[in-house]
Design a protein around this ligand. Structure first.
Ligand code: F0G
Length: 365
């Protein structure tokens, strides 16, 4: 029996009254959520006009991504109905979270992954948490189609974001932002892959607005990788490609949710190139000290595209509005993907173990 106090810091205990749980729900938590909202002097300066830019650093969740918020809900509800096993398709982070929370609940976890397309750290997570890993010769969209076929099997709970409890858990990130800022931001920028997260954030913002905890709603901006941009192009992409493997998705499951968030918030969707993603990843680490995986850097790349020299025409940034508050979600930790092209920054210089040699390398000799 796990002492109750150990579960008192996760998103279910923090936002119980906004979530579909009851006394009968066994809470499976790893103290996810309550991630820092970090002010970025660099990006605030880029925006100008007194704007304040904040990064919601979701890489600091227990398995290193925002997926933990949804997974505590999905696994707790699966445990409530007595499921013995869970299954998901994934580009890596969902499978890491599913494997960890299933381990915690004593459930079997099966993950279906596109072979050769998962960042090394995420793949290691699935194995170390004890999941059964199947690598299919196909992409994420094929994997999700396969997983949908498991809905007929009673013993399995599907824990992709087609499971509505995932969206419920993930909406708590919006709650935290409103509580921290004392108000909803003017603009919220986040990467879009399977589109569950933008759907969840918009739900969270609306619920807190309706509960009187904020007096406005943000404009939602979704950023996709140029080679995997179905929402931007408004059509399925058969062979999505991008170095941001987490968002290499051509047919998002929550497409309708993304459309509604973009339309109802007066927001926009834009694309960034792989080069822009890698550049943003390096700049965020070297200027703000925040290391995120490539998919997460898409938020920053999108922001820089809109607010840099070539301000994009479609951007709903409240132009001329002084002191705007802008939040960027950075969804996953940089250490998950050591194979990122940014790794070429590692230029190791060896030296003899003498002060003279070290000073010489540091150009201090
Ligand atoms: N950022 C990261 C780091 C992700 O892992 C994902 C999605 C996204 C952004 C996009 O979020 O799908 O809700 O639009 N990863 C899923 C996975 C697909 O399997 O881990 P989304």
């Amino acid at each position: 029996m796990i002492p109750k106090t150990l579960h008192d810091r996760g998103v279910i205990s923090r936002y119980r009254s906004f979530l579909p749980v009851s006394e009968a729900t066994p809470v499976v938590s790893l103290n996810e959520g309550s991630t820092p909202l970090i002010h970025s002097p660099w990006l605030s300066g880029v925006a100008g006009d007194g704007a304040e830019v904040y990064l919601k650093y979701e890489g600091l969740n227990p398995t290193g991504s925002f997926k933990d918020r949804g997974m505590t809900m999905a696994i707790s509800k699966a445990a409530e109905r007595g499921a013995k096993a869970v299954i998901c398709a994934s580009t890596g982070n969902t499978s890491a979270a599913a494997a960890a929370y299933a381990a915690r609940a004593g459930m079997r976890c099966a993950v279906i992954l596109p072979a050769g397309k998962i960042a090394a750290g995420k793949l290691l997570q699935a194995f170390i948490y004890g999941a059964d890993v199947v690598a299919i010769r196909g992409n994420f969209d094929d994997a999700l189609d396969l997983v949908r076929e498991f809905s007929a099997r009673e013993e399995f709970e599907i824990v992709n974001s087609i499971n509505p409890f995932r969206i419920q858990g993930q909406k708590t990130a919006s709650f935290e932002i409103i509580e921290e800022l004392g108000e909803a931001p003017d603009l919220h920028i986040l990467p879009v892959g399977n589109a569950g997260n933008i759907t969840a954030y918009w739900l969270g913002y609306r619920e807190f607005f309706e509960a009187g905890k904020s007096s406005r709603l943000p404009k939602m901006v979704g950023i996709q990788a140029a080679g995997s941009a179905p929402v931007y192009l408004d059509r399925v992409v058969e062979e999505p490609e991008t170095i941001a493997s987490a968002i290499r998705i051509g047919n998002p499951a929550s497409w309708d949710g993304a459309r509604a968030a973009l339309r109802d918030s007066g927001g926009a969707v834009d694309v960034v190139t792989d080069e822009e993603i890698v550049q943003a990843q390096i700049l965020l680490a070297s200027r703000d000290g925040i290391f995120v995986e490539p998919a997460s850097a898409a938020s920053v790349a999108g922001f820089l595209k809109c607010h840099g020299k070539a301000r994009c025409a479609k951007c709903p940034f409240p132009a001329g509005k002084a002191n705007a508050k802008i939040v960027l979600t950075v969804t996953g930790h940089g250490l998950k993907d050591p194979g990122t092209p940014a790794a070429k920054e590692m230029r190791i210089t060896e030296a003899d173990a003498t002060l003279e040699a070290v000073l010489s390398v540091l150009k201090l000799a």
